[in-house]
Design a protein around this ligand. Sequence first.
Ligand SMILES: CC(C)=CCC/C(C)=C/COP(=O)(O)OP(=O)(O)O
Ligand SMILES: C=C(C)CCOP(=O)(O)OP(=O)(O)O
Length: 315
Amino acid sequence: MTRFEHEPEKNSEGETLRQSLEDYIAFLGDLVSHELEVILPTQWMVPENLQQAMKYSLMAGGKRLRPLLVIIACEALGGSREAALPVAAAIEMVHTYSLIHDDLPAMDNDDYRRGKLTNHKVFGEATAILAGDALLTHAFYSVVQASRKFGVPAESVLSIVEDLAEMAGPRGMVGGQIADMEGEQGLTDLEQLKYIHLHKTGDLIIFSLLAGGRIAGANEHQLEALHKFGTAIGLAFQIQDDILDLVGDEGKLGKKTGSDVKQHKVTYPYFIGLEASREEVKQLTETARNAVLNGGFHDNQRMLEIADYLMARDH
Ligand SMILES: CC(C)=CCC/C(C)=C/COP(=O)(O)OP(=O)(O)O
Ligand SMILES: C=C(C)CCOP(=O)(O)OP(=O)(O)O
């Protein structure tokens, strides 16, 4: 059996000891990276260059926030961590594809991501586009493995596939991304910006929480609470990204700051100022905490901790 660097300790009775949030996050990150290694199509006849390009960005050291949310939501509802892993890996593939494409010259034209050269800088534009396409497609294969390997009911997997297509596609992240690009010509109100943030970034976060809930067999009330929690932290996460683009540390972020201003992107700080943006992140975190407290979950602790952790993040 694979052992992981951040595996929790056991006491003399063999009971697993509770970890600090940081250790718990690091341990889940190890599990997700391992799952990604397992699920990548290395046994298949895949051209070597494509394999390398997919792996390069997946293993470049992202925070693994979305997979973490799949697992935390699943555990908060008493579900199995193991059964959540294929979907956790899938959402990281979709997120990574979106970053590879977002960095392309036709979009944000960025040279650094996750502290390394962007995919197209290393592999060329055509391969970067195809690596993104391959990650998106392979994500659906991974979701299905939740049923094949861990017996998650086919009906739940069907809902997860439906949510993923809806939230990553034209009504979700892709819709948000195009609105973001068009917004570079000038946004006139905060509602338009909220739409962009909620779809470009919020939808994958909402998807992750709902998927974790579905794997654990959540009821309608619990799914609604997860949706509320995701909407609030999704928006807060992107506002924090806007703030960090202005005042963050490039070393910690692993990407260049100041790119929103350079690309004439209208952001929360642009509309309402830095302090009011910080206050908004605080308010949204409170909304997220309340959703958890009223959600009727099996265990609220990690959900509450992750909301506070995200509010204070510096990378
Ligand atoms: C369909 C596609 C390509 C979707 C991209 C979605 C997305 C969240 C990009 C990063 O946003 P950002 O540009 O605000 O963040 P960063 O500063 O990390 O580039
Ligand atoms: C949605 C946004 C703001 C793009 C970056 O997302 P993350 O900040 O989660 O990026 P990684 O840690 O996965 O690289």
